[in-house]
Design a protein around this ligand. Structure first.
Ligand SMILES: NC(=O)c1ccc[n+]([C@@H]2O[C@H](COP(=O)([O-])OP(=O)(O)OC[C@H]3O[C@@H](n4cnc5c(N)ncnc54)[C@H](O)[C@@H]3O)[C@@H](O)[C@H]2O)c1
Length: 267
């Protein structure tokens, strides 16, 4: 069984969905976990789940797109746990379902700010600690939508493709320092974002859900994934079991990017 006892991890966007599952997986394997989210009630709930299971966790609120909040997230973690070894850049938002010419510039910027800039900022403030100890693991949550051109998801696809090549770039810069940087590309996962997408009306929600379910059903494994199935892969990438992996882009998608069957879903 994979263990990461004595390590400290920061997981952004861990009040819900995939981030929550990553936090639970890392804590279950022995790490101290800083749970972070813009939704304090949801983040505190994840902390309770961890502590009630005998783990060690702290909640720090942070909007990852804000430099001061990202800096404070890492600083508060180091203050509480005495260091930081693992960073899971997971916080992310969708972007509605529009073609590019229909997207408001501010909406485009917001998706890039949370998904890509947030990954940059949290990494920026964690890496000095990793450099000092010549050890660190970064796991970025990208998406299969960063690997393909998916319908009506311009900002999201661009942000996730950015995360993918940022992952490769960081692996090059920091490999010599003992810092490993990998990305996970989830396919259709059964979460809030996976089910509804952001800011969808009731009709759009119903339509998007139907499209997603149909699309998931056409993938080789024939279903949506569960968040815990992503959490387990994040634990692998955070642990010594993946000690020769860096710059890797790992799909966790039931085989969906290998097929031709993409629907109009916002994931
Ligand atoms: N669910 C899927 O099918 C799917 C597929 C591919 C990739 N992803 C990616 O997985 C990650 C998690 O998605 P999810 O499906 O669990 O979504 P979710 O909406 O269930 O959870 C995302 C969490 O991130 C938080 N968050 C949003 N904006 C934030 C910000 N600015 N700062 C900090 N926290 C913020 C939310 O409050 C929420 O708790 C995202 O990066 C998403 O793009 C999801």
């Amino acid at each position: 069984m994979t263990r990461i006892d004595g390590r400290t991890a920061v997981v952004t966007g861990s009040g819900n969905g995939i981030g929550r599952a990553i936090a639970l997986a890392l804590a279950g394997a022995g790490a101290n976990v800083t749970v972070s989210d813009v939704l304090p009630d949801d983040g505190e709930r994840t902390v309770r789940e961890i502590t009630e299971a005998g783990g060690s966790a702290l909640f720090v609120p942070a909007d990852v797109s804000d430099a001061d909040q990202a800096r404070n997230l890492i600083a508060a973690t180091v203050e509480r746990f005495g260091g930081v070894h693992i960073l899971a850049n997971n916080a992310g938002i969708g972007g509605g379902q529009q073609r590019l010419h229909e997207i408001e510039p501010d909406d485009f910027d917001r998706v890039i700010d949370v998904n890509l800039r947030g990954t940059f900022l949290c990494s920026k403030f964690a890496i000095p600690h990793f450099l000092a100890q010549r050890d660190g693991r970064i796991i970025n949550t990208a998406s299969t939508y960063g690997l393909i051109g998916a319908p009506k998801a311009a900002a999201y696809c661009a942000s996730k493709a950015g995360i993918i090549n940022l992952t490769r770039q960081m692996a090059v810069d920091y490999g010599p320092d003992g810092i490993r940087v990998n990305a996970i590309c989830p396919g259709y996962i059964d979460t809030g974002l996976g089910r509804r997408g952001p800011r969808l009306s009731a009709e759009e929600f119903t339509a998007a859900t139907a499209i997603r379910e149909k699309a998931a059903g056409m993938q080789p494994l024939g279903r949506q994934g569960q968040p815990a199935e992503v959490g387990e892969v994040a634990l692998f990438l955070a642990s010594d079991a993946s000690s020769f992996m860096t710059g890797s882009i790992v799909t966790v998608d039931g085989g969906c990017v290998t097929t031709f069957n993409y629907g109009e879903a916002s994931n």
